[in-house]
Design a protein around this ligand. Structure first.
Ligand code: ZN
Length: 139
């Protein structure tokens, strides 16, 4: 796994819990501890009520493809072998306002469509980083 040559996320003080939960195979999002609005990406202050209190809550891990793009060359050298590849925008079932960008692993580029039900899975790309990715929902 240490030969993973693609760019990696760089967890900071706000996003570190997201990556720690991903490593434990849980999709968790930061939620305001006062007004309970879930927010992404993680940040220190709630945009709805300005609270600086937060908590990390488990998401269902399911959603639907809201949109997508197909990435064609030229791309960063680390991704060249995979192009053309899809990047999807997944709308989480927990809250239609929550949309995550990610990779989809088992849907051909030409079969992508808005509304396809997907579920998260976790790809341990290095010892430190586990990437949440998406696949067609199985259950
Ligand atoms: Zn709030």
């Amino acid at each position: 796994m240490t030969d993973y040559a693609k760019p990696l996320p760089y967890p900071d003080a706000d996003s570190a819990p997201y990556w720690q939960w991903a490593k434990q195979r849980e999709l968790r999002m930061q939620r305001c501890a006062d007004c309970h609005q879930v927010r992404f990406p993680p940040r220190p202050m709630c945009p709805a009520c300005n609270s600086q209190r937060d908590e990390w809550v488990a998401m269902s891990g399911t959603g639907t493809i809201y949109s997508w793009i197909i990435v064609h060359p030229p791309v960063l050298p680390a991704f060249a072998a995979e192009a053309p590849y899809a990047v999807v925008l997944v709308q989480l079932d927990d809250d239609p306002g929550l949309r995550l960008v990610g990779a989809v692993s088992d849907i051909a580029n030409e079969d992508l469509a808005a509304g396809i039900p997907v579920e998260v899975w976790f790809d341990d790309v290095t010892e430190e980083i586990t990437l949440p990715k998406w696949r067609r929902r199985r259950a």
